[in-house]
Design a protein around this ligand. Sequence first.
Ligand code: NDP
Ligand code: GDR
Length: 325
Amino acid sequence: MKRALITGITGQDGSYLAELLLAKGYDVHGLVRRSSMFNRGRIDHLKDEPRLHLHYGDLTDGVSLVNLVRMIEPDEVYNLGAQSHVKVSFEMPDHTASTNAIGTLRLLEAIRAAGLDCRFYQASTSEMFGLTPPPQNEQSVFHPRSPYGASKLQAHWVTVNYREAYNLFAVSGILFNHESPRRGESFVTRKITKAVAAISAGITDHVELGNLDAVRDWGFAPEYVEGMWRMLQADEPDDYVLATGVGYTVRDFCEAAFSHAGLHWQDHVKHNDAFERPAEVDALIGDASKAKSLLGWEAQTRTPELAKLMVDADREDLDRLLNGR
Ligand code: NDP
Ligand code: GDR
């Protein structure tokens, strides 16, 4: 039985990856942070699974990483833990860098020091391309536009360095935006689909957003965690872009989500400067042809379809909450 360690198991991707690995017969170990509030909602349905083991730890606590890696002796480590919000990274740059950049270094060093023959996945991001115009692929120039993007770029290079310096099977998955009904509520897609549900139910009449012109390539998260796993099953460690290859503006996403509920987004979306960023990433559209040819991976769900499934899920959730159904 293979053993995997997932940092960020309580997040969107970590929860889908835990389900995938359990279904494949893995023993799954997850790093969870101590919190004063319950923070395991996305994996609560897995709590009776005997092959799921949760451990307290933190990417900012190197000792916890050293101890866990030695105790678990994982075959595969998926480093998904991060301060993942771009806007928040401008407000907490030090914490973001410590968690995302140095946290990755701490984890890689724990693996190296333990002398394990272990495969490592790093959750890299299209935000590393920043200003570079689309389409972006593995050869594109990096030019991050936020403390988040810069921290992830350091983590990317440290992953490449541990591969080259220590022959570690270390992979960097450069993933474009991927969403789901489990997406954090302050990211723009989920903020919109939750608002559509609330407006349809008459609970509120508007949502406040920032830049509607930004172009993103939004895919469906469960498909992307399958891509992460495939990267670690390849013969050689390498870096791969995962994306749908099609870009939409935030405005397009509003149109798809609101019209699915029979609403006109123009009647309900208000602008608020507070949601603008000091530096914006204008357009990210990925070219995932390398993943298609070497891993047989291809995105199936396109952005308009994704918007609809997220609206449906948020409307069902709200209906259950309001009507006990
Ligand atoms: P989420 O924000 O949903 O989840 C982040 C996870 O990281 C949570 O489990 C969180 O724990 C954990 N975490 C935060 N800080 C620490 C820390 N100091 N130590 C340990 N764990 C920590 O992110 P996603 O699931 O959306 O993304 C997964 C990864 O992929 C992230 O690294 C993200 O940056 C990256 N990424 C995401 C993309 C996307 O579109 N979703 C695209 C490209 C890259 P808690 O629940 O306690 O807060
Ligand atoms: P992003 O996702 O920054 O691409 O990072 P987010 O959903 O936060 O923003 C996407 C675009 O929408 C614009 N926007 C708003 N964004 C938010 N959050 N809230 C708003 O009200 C709003 N209005 C407009 C933003 O300016 C931006 O252009 C996500 C994260 O998951 C990262 O961790 C990951 O690495 C990248 O995707 C790929």
